[in-house]
Design a binder for this molecule. Structure first.
Ligand code: KG4
Ligand code: ZN
Length: 337
């Protein structure tokens, strides 16, 4: 089954052609990073406009690179939730128009489900059930993936997502958007024990996270140093902050996998590209004798290949949408249509 997939939930306009959920025939991503960089973060209105400008060309290129025409495509998959509503609407409406014009089935795909599916592309042997840590700019979830379309959230952030905390901390250190990526580049070889930060826990909820106090703590460290006229060692400060965030993530994953008896651990979402997270999670899994799966770097951030992969498994379960499909800004991963 060949699926044409479309993704426009944030600041990347993407299209891909994926065969049988695992084989990527093409994967095109048009990023808007340079434009949003001017404002220090994603400007939703600009994102929608750029998606509308780019989407026709991106879809055409994905078809061209895959060697397919619309006649070869069996279904169209599209990210419909969660994300920036105006941005999602561009992809959803384009996909609906194309599905109507070509009389192809339409498959609605949840954004976090597709991040998890990026691992099916990178690891042909990976099948549920497994335990997944989803860490992106907007979400931090620990999820039991019981089946390709059955999910149970067992832990989540109570405030900032890990990516959001990394982005804001990086910004306060003077690094350009997207902060998390630039922080990783700058500080990955820094001394992660140089600065001490709190290790936040959520009372009575051992599987939940809280990153806002940690973020405030790094911002305070910078302000205090500035007020005293002290030099800030950005490389080691950045490394210490990354290590603190990653320690919280790894500790909760270890606890949950021990408690629930998982030995197959999967990382997903933009922050799964982080070098410290990949390294520390690898060390933890080796210590426990657990198997770790991480997406290839090119599939960590937003892309449409992962949408084509998850779309295939949604289609296997008959989860198609009619042409009244709407975009939804906020929707839990275990929501059933
Ligand atoms: O999944 P994603 O591309 O978009 C959302 O669905 O949110 O995740 C974007 C997030 C941003 O916060 C970005 O700074 C972060 O992922 N990110 C990283 C790295 N690459 C992307 N954070 C830390 N280290 C990285 N290497
Ligand atoms: Zn994402």
């Amino acid at each position: 089954m060949k699926i044409l997939a479309i993704e426009s939930s944030c600041d990347e306009t993407a299209a891909a052609v994926v065969e049988d959920g695992r084989k990527v025939l093409s994967n095109i991503v048009a990023t808007q990073i340079e434009e949003h960089k001017l404002y220090g973060g994603v400007v939703p209105e600009i994102a929608s406009r750029r998606h509308a400008e780019a989407i026709c060309g991106v879809v055409d290129e994905a078809l061209l690179k895959s060697g397919c025409t619309m006649d070869d495509i069996d279904a169209i998959a599209v990210t419909y939730a969660p994300g920036l509503i105006g941005a999602l609407l561009v992809g959803v409406n384009y996909a609906k128009g194309l599905a109507y014009a070509t009389d192809k089935p339409l498959i609605p795909v949840h954004h976090l489900r597709s991040h998890i599916a990026s691992n099916y592309i990178s690891h042909p042997d990976l099948e549920p059930p497994f335990f997944c840590l989803v860490v992106s700019g907007g979400h931090t979830h620990m999820i039991m993936v019981e089946d390709y379309t059955t999910f149970r959230i067992i832990g989540r952030t109570r405030d900032d997502a890990a990516g959001e905390a990394l982005d804001k901390a990086a910004r306060s250190m003077g690094l350009p958007y997207p902060g998390g990526v630039n922080l990783d580049k700058l500080a990955k070889d820094g001394d992660g024990s140089k600065y001490k930060f709190p290790h936040p826990k959520v009372d009575g909820c051992p599987y939940d996270f809280s990153f806002s106090g940690l973020k405030t703590s790094v911002i305070n460290t910078i302000h205090n140093a500035k007020q005293k006229g002290e030099e800030i060692d950005i490389i080691n400060l950045g490394a210490s902050f990354m290590h603190s965030v990653v320690n919280c993530l790894v500790e909760n994953v270890e606890k949950a996998c021990n408690d629930f008896g998982y030995d197959k651990i999967v990382l997903a979402g933009g922050v799964s590209a982080n070098s410290v997270l990949r390294l520390k999670m690898k060390e933890a899994c080796e210590n426990h004798g657990w198997q770790l799966y991480v997406p290839e770097l090119r599939y960590c951030g937003d892309n449409a290949a992962m949408v084509g992969s998850q779309g295939y498994y949604e289609a296997q379960k008959g989860k198609f949408a009619s042409l009244d499909l709407n975009a939804v800004a906020s929707m839990p991963i275990d929501h059933e249509k």
